[in-house]
Write a protein that binds this ligand. Structure first.
Ligand code: ADP
Ligand code: MG
Length: 240
């Protein structure tokens, strides 16, 4: 349980590391090019200056290797996708976050479609998405409020996972900012929760959207297209 929360933090740090390393790459290349330029005519320099240039070039190359390693690490290759129940993932997330909610006397209620088809996704990543959305809902909510977590099928057979709170809501001005990396209006926020969610859902072709009213509440919903639904379910339901 704490391991999963730790894992969540690591994913966010991974994203932070990925964007940082990405940003560092270009100025670092410029630095390296300039040093290489000086290195081409190294015999024009005094022995002392030449040593400075060589040492700097060495250091730049070490940073470049470090950055390449960080980027591969956060890219997370060779991952496995299989079919899972979104109800099960939602239950897991709620269990993990129950104590935090209880601490604010927030009641988490659920309304799960029992006959929900299994969906193709990576279990850990989807748990991460659910945790991020529920954490945001808790953080936006006042004491003694309610968070409703539901799953359902739409008329065109997409699957929806929804987190609805009675919290502070999102102002019109903030609505187009919240998915931006590092955008936060919290004192200790990272501003990466929603952008990580969006990134993880983009990877599999699912989408995330929200509706919100200031001082009334916010509803985030993740839509999984029909193409992610396990084939067996369609056969089962068209036969019956
Ligand atoms: N359920 C919600 N209710 C109100 N505002 C929200 C909600 N979820 C997200 N937000 C807004 O979106 C911003 C970005 O969220 P997020 O990316 O998770 O970063 P963080 O939680 O670290 O601030 C939050 O700071 C908040 O302003
Ligand atoms: Mg957040």
């Amino acid at each position: 349980m704490t391991e999963e929360i730790q894992n969540n933090k690591l994913k966010i740090l991974g994203k932070l590391a990925a964007s940082l390393t990405h940003e560092i790459r270009n100025p670092l290349s410029a630095l390296k090019l300039n040093l290489e330029y000086l290195n081409m005519s190294i015999d024009k320099f005094s022995e002392e200056d030449a040593e400075c240039i060589r040492a700097s070039l060495d250091a730049v190359e070490r940073i470049q290797i470090l950055i390449d390693n960080t980027l591969t690490f956060s890219r997370n290759k060779n991952e496995r996708y299989s079919y899972h129940s979104i109800n099960y993932i939602a239950k897991q997330a709620i269990e993990m976050i129950q104590n935090t909610a209880a601490g604010k006397s927030i009641d988490i209620t659920t309304n799960f479609e029992p006959n929900i088809p299994k969906l193709k996704f990576n279990k850990d990543k989807m748990l991460q998405v659910a945790l991020n959305l529920i954490t945001n809902a808790i953080e936006a909510s006042g004491k003694n409020s309610e968070i409703l977590i539901s799953t359902y099928l739409t008329p065109d057979n997409s699957v929806v996972f929804e987190v609805k709170d009675q919290g502070i809501g999102i102002s019109e001005n903030d609505k187009n900012k919240i998915f931006t990396d590092f955008y936060t209006n919290k004192q200790n926020g990272t501003g990466l929760g929603l952008s990580v969610c969006k990134m993880l859902l983009d990877e599999i072709g699912a989408s995330i959207d929200f509706s919100s009213e200031l001082n009334v509440g916010t509803k985030f919903f993740v839509t999984f297209p029909k193409s992610l639904i396990e084939e067996e379910y369609e056969t089962k339901n068209s036969n019956s």
